[in-house]
Design a protein around this ligand. Structure first.
Ligand code: BDR
Ligand code: CA
Length: 307
């Protein structure tokens, strides 16, 4: 069983990652730490609370960084809407965030359970970098770090950079150079896992609040991909990290050296993968291939278990 902390910026695909984690016996979700990212921190915290409320759990939610470390903040409201959760009929919020800051919650949870906590990050790495700066020994005490971000190839927000990397390149730099082995799920991988109209219909047919809300979120998400890229599906980036923990055989990958470009220029925020090797010692396990059909099947099967 994986005991995890999920650092995220919900966010449509983050929402599915949260639901997948909460509906899987292989995962114990100890807490959600929210970061700025797709939308501002006030929204990501609220969304995390709303999503746990919908899933009827009391998972603690911690508010984290409102701003990146150095660069000016960016958001992805074009993809995720103004609030980050484009769904109608959301419940009134009844839950409250914890008082501890997300970065401190990461330090505290890992320190209390040395070697046992898997940290999953599906947004900019600001909170994780802050935690590593608060407690430099932390990287050696974390069981596993899994991150959706970067790419071995091209980007999405810029020709070379992926959103989570670009939204805080300096934080990503700190994490990749911390000595921890990052398990990276970049765009090169997540673009293989597409949610399509037929999946949305399955979500709808679940006839539950989680199914209905998920269908609505994925509807907007697929529409964005149709308008922006002319594709008939949308990449379900963030849930890949959780699916990997549930069933690692759904993915294959390899160890590479990955560096993060923090020079402000055309490659700002690019994760540079030493694909042919031999230049530097590998520091990252990079996911390369997904069994996409099975990943989608797993996600839908698990989301169907909500009442
Ligand atoms: C990443 O950026 C966000 O918009 C998504 O939630 C995902 O984490 C993909 O580039
Ligand atoms: Ca995200």
């Amino acid at each position: 069983k994986h005991r995890i902390l999920l650092d995220c910026d919900p966010g449509h695909d983050d929402a599915i990652a949260i639901f997948l984690a909460l509906s899987s016996a292989e995962i114990e979700l100890l807490g959600i730490t929210a970061t700025h990212g797709n939308v501002g921190i006030e929204h990501t915290v609220r969304n995390a609370l709303l999503l746990t409320q919908l899933a009827e759990t009391q998972t603690p939610v911690y508010a984290g960084a409102a701003l990146p470390l150095i660069r000016e903040p960016i958001q992805a409201t074009r993809v995720h809407g103004k609030t980050g959760l484009q769904a109608t009929g959301l419940p009134d919020l009844t839950r409250q965030p914890e008082t501890l800051h997300a970065a401190q919650a990461i330090v505290k949870t890992v320190r209390e359970n040395p070697g046992e906590i898997t940290l999953v990050a599906t947004g900019p790495l600001t909170n994780v970098a802050l935690a590593f700066r608060l407690d430099p020994e932390l990287p050696s005490l974390i069981r596993k770090l899994v991150w959706m971000g970067g790419s071995t190839t091209y980007g999405n927000v810029t020709p070379s950079a992926e959103f989570n990397a670009f939204a805080d390149p300096h934080a990503a730099y700190i994490v990749f150079n911390s000595g921890i082995k990052v398990h990276q799920f970049g765009l090169n991988l997540t673009l293989q896992v597409m949610v399509r109209e037929e999946h949305i219909q399955v979500l709808q047919a679940m006839n539950t609040e989680v199914g209905r809300i998920s269908a609505e979120l994925m509807g907007h998400y697929v529409q964005f991909y149709r308008d922006r890229y002319g594709l008939d599906g949308a990449a379900l980036h963030d849930p890949c990290t959780i699916a990997y923990l549930i069933d690692p055989t759904l993915f294959s990958g390899q160890d590479y050296h990955v560096q993060v470009d923090i020079q402000e220029g055309p490659n700002f925020g690019r994760t540079v993968c030493d694909y042919w090797g031999g230049h530097e010692t590998p520091n990252t396990w990079v996911a390369m291939e997904a069994n996409s059909e099975e990943v989608m099947r797993l996600i839908l099967e698990r989301l169907a278990t909500f009442r």
